[in-house]
Design a protein around this ligand. Structure first.
Ligand code: SF4
Ligand code: SF4
Length: 162
């Protein structure tokens, strides 16, 4: 190892040790603590089934092909043109907000939920019947403590309990 690399390693370790001993950390103890996000945060999306006019604009505007129009099985009748409603694929969504912004009747709304774990790829795809059930909820073993990030002159950022 060159002297230069050795010095950089020592500096990195010293920085880690400094923060360990100072008791100051920028991270939170998730999932014992969770951060409350500000209004306007783009988390998982809620779909208002009753408000939706089935115009398809949300699917048309989606740049990631995450929002698509699916045939609504419960509303489509045999021999007639199928009724389509939007569904979302969270493996593709980049949370750009285009679908939410373009919806003429505010049938799509961002929640602040973002920390949902899945076991399979398929579970992350929500056809309309699933999408209407609301944004998925994270499962915590015990109720987490909510904290808020606030600017701090000395540290730059600190977390306050809410
Ligand atoms: S937030 Fe963006 S990427 Fe996600 S579904 Fe809406 S338009 Fe598509
Ligand atoms: S959610 Fe909004 S944009 Fe999408 S189909 Fe329904 S009304 Fe149209």
């Amino acid at each position: 190892m060159s002297l230069d690399r050795a010095i950089r390693h020592i500096k990195a370790i010293a920085t880690g040790a400094k923060y360990m001993l100072s008791g100051y950390r920028l991270t939170i103890m998730y999932p014992d603590e969770i951060q409350e996000y500000p209004d306007g945060y783009r988390g998982m999306i809620e779909y208002d089934w009753d408000a939706c006019t089935k115009c398809g604009l949300c699917a048309m505007v989606c740049p990631a092909d995450a929002m698509k129009m699916y045939v609504s099985k419960e509303e489509s009748e045999e021999g007639k043109r199928p009724v389509r409603r939007p569904g979302i694929n969270y493996t593709r969504c980049i949370f750009c907000g285009f679908c939410v912004s373009i919806c003429p009747v505010n049938a799509l709304r961002f929640t602040k939920i973002h920390d949902v774990a899945y076991y399979t790829f398929e579970e992350q795809i929500y056809p309309p019947e699933e999408f209407r059930k609301g944004a998925p909820r994270p499962q915590y073993d015990k109720e987490p403590k909510k904290v808020r990030a606030v600017p701090d002159e000395k540290r730059g950022l600190k977390y306050e309990p809410i």
